[in-house]
Design a binder for this molecule. Sequence first.
Ligand SMILES: [Fe+2]
Ligand SMILES: [Fe+2]
Length: 198
Amino acid sequence: MVSEVLLDEALHTRMSIMACNYIYDMRGVPPLDFADFNLVHWRDRLLAECGAEWERRLTRFAIASASETLITDYLKIMAEDSSIQAICHEVTRTHAMDEWAHSSAFSFVATDIVQGLSYKEREYLRSTILKTVQMFANNELNAWAAVFSSLSFPHAQDILHDIGDSNEIGVYTNSVENLIDRIGLARQPYAEHQDVRV
Ligand SMILES: [Fe+2]
Ligand SMILES: [Fe+2]
């Protein structure tokens, strides 16, 4: 089951890259050369700060779990917006439908993993999932600055300045809280006493 989900994700990447290349060709714009994303730096820093292998393992799992939920929300917004370019709309709509199709498989596996964790591990996983929401909602203004500059976009500095560091965290919080409930990570007052493994 997990390998089928991974195959889906590999095909989503392929579909998205093909769509980007098509847009670059049709628009006659140079492919964007940018990989300096805040989310990637934050993930690397968090992993480097882990003091034990179990922390590294759970950090990777937390970021993957939160991202899996958050990307589906993000795609949904674009999938339902018919005012954007038709190819972007179609690609994100197809991607979103595929994410919905395998979301139950992901929750099933995550629930199974959570059941095998100690109280301390669950708390660690829960807090890292919540931290990921903050990072996922980051505006990645450096990436936008690179896009604007490669297109010589008018008033780029003004646009970046107007957006500032504000993000859209409110849009994403609910779905991650639902994920936490669904996979058995919600805080229970008696859990500390029930599980003596720390
Ligand atoms: Fe995907
Ligand atoms: Fe997915």
